[in-house]
Structure formats: C-alpha cells, structure tokens
Design a protein. Sequence first.
Length: 210
Amino acid sequence: MEVIKAIEAWWSGQSWLELIGFATGLLCVLLAALNIIWNWPFAIISTGIYIFIFATHRLYADMGQYVYLFISNIYGWYYWSMRPKDEKSIPVKLISRKQIWWSALAVAVLSPTLGFLLTKLAPVLHYAPAAFPYLDSFCTVCSLIAQLLLARKILENWLIWIFVDLIYIGVYAMKDLRLTAVLFAVYTGLAIFGYLDWRKTYRKQQQPGV
C-alpha cells in the first residue's frame, strides 16, 4: 500500500504539460526507430512543449536547442517524404568522413562558445544564471548534430543520441525533472534499438536484388 501511495503522490505532482511532452516525445522516438515517417508530427508537438519547460527551468541552451529541433523536425518530415517513387522510404546511409570532421569541428568550437555566452549573457539580460552551462552546451551541440543526421537518414545518429541521452539523464535528475529523466532513460533504450534496426535495414540495402 505504501508503494501505491508513493506512486500516486508522485503522479499527482507531475505537470500535465510535461506528461504530454513525455508521451509525444516517447512516441516520436519509437516511430523514428521503426523508420516510420509519422514520428515527425509527434516530434514537433513534443519539442514545442519542451521549449516552454526548459525556459522555466533555466536550461537556456536546451531551450535554444529545442527551437532548432522544432525547425529541424519540420525539415525531417519534408526530407523523409521526398522518397523515390519506387522505394518505400528514404534509404539509410552511413556517415561520411567529411560529415565526421565537420561534426567534430562544430562540437570543439560551438560547445565552449555557447557555454561562455550563457554565463555572460544571463546577468546582462537579467536572467538567473544558467544551470550547467558548459555541459548543457556540449550536449546541445551534440544533439543538434544528431538531429541533422537523423533527418538525413544517417545511421550513426543513433550512436550520438545514446551518448547524449545518458548525460541528460543525470542533468535532468539533478534539476528535479524526474519524469523527463525517466523519458531520457527510455530514449537511450530506443536509440539502441534504432541503431540495431537501422543497421539491419542498411545491410539489407547492400544485398543485390533487395
């Protein structure tokens, strides 16, 4: 009984907005892992909600990230819909050497730059100091890269998501966003599933006559 009461008390303390963000976010990642185009509209709803949530919890880099994700989800929906007429979906591709170098350069340059700006601009704009500015910025830049690779159907996007999601679990737990931390734990499992499933799809694409 005590366990049930504890669960009921925890549930009653959750924000309905966060619950909707949780549900739509979970569904969009699941559909993406299954290579289903309808992940994008759910992703648009979820990112829109989390823009507001992160703003109210002073995770400013995350807020900016989700503005980008909101826009990139619209792009991803468009790109995935542009499949060849004789194909069921856009084919899965491997990351190129050029994309690896550009991604590494973006992380090396943008992460410390964004972290520095967050620490300096918040007082000027009369905002409360950003929480975990450099770690938050690093995860933000990695997520931006992963989202672009996801929209372009690059297999390795899932490996980046696994890495980032594990970090985010700790960040959100420390900010008392427990439901969101649970969501990112589930995201980690779905990203592992997505990688394995997309890798299987890619290997099938390489087989003659398939």
